[in-house]
Design a protein around this ligand. Structure first.
Ligand code: FMN
Length: 170
């Protein structure tokens, strides 16, 4: 898929076909995350890939909106180092967002659907994924072949262009 098409085709997919993702495709998606830009190139992320059905089901417990993981082929959990400084916390969130989008676009390019989730229950995430004490699970996203057919560019529900874009000044 062309990048422009992938940007327009990506949307949150919550129902997935019962079909595994080839290891090389998962690795390409993870590589897209690894190559993402970050503040001063500090690359604060670690990615935990979950593919076992039992673990995916348990992962649904980290947040009330995480049910989509149950029928996903995989989930990628973005783990970051716990920050005490507000400024570093902001940079971390920005950079994790950049890594997430790189991976989501790479997944869309491969025909895979994705869906974000926040992670509220850190104790459960820590126990399930073995995250070290000085790190936390920031977000995860589910992945899989969309249950309702391939992704195509669609009209996304978004604020109008002229409302969002300010030329020169607000
Ligand atoms: C930080 C973040 C957290 C999100 N958490 C959830 C979630 O817990 N469960 C869910 O179903 N969708 C979640 N979403 C998906 C958004 O609701 C979705 O991206 C947004 O409504 C736009 O829809 P689209 O992605 O289909 O274009 C999250 C998105 C972001 C950016």
């Amino acid at each position: 898929m062309e990048t422009w098409d992938a940007i327009r085709a990506r949307r949150n997919i919550r129902e997935f076909a019962d079909k595994p993702i080839p290891r090389k495709d998962l690795d390409r998606i993870l590589e897209a995350g690894r190559l993402a830009p970050s503040a001063r190139n500090w690359q604060p992320w670690d990615f935990v890939v979950v593919t076992e059905r039992a673990s995916l089901k348990k992962l649904t417990g980290v947040w009330m909106g995480a049910g989509h993981a149950a029928n996903a082929a995989a989930a990628i959990v973005l783990v970051g180092p716990t920050q005490t400084e507000e400024r570093k916390r902001q940079l971390l969130e920005y950079d994790l967002g950049q890594a997430t989008m790189n991976m989501m676009i790479a997944a869309t390019d491969l025909g895979l659907g994705t869906c974000h989730s926040r992670v509220d229950d850190q104790d459960l995430a820590r126990e399930l994924l073995g995250i070290p004490q000085d790190h936390f699970a920031a977000y995860f996203f589910s992945l899989g072949h969309p249950a309702n057919g391939p992704l195509k560019p669609v009209t996304l529900k978004r604020r109008p262009f002229d409302e969002v874009v300010h030329r020169g000044r607000w």
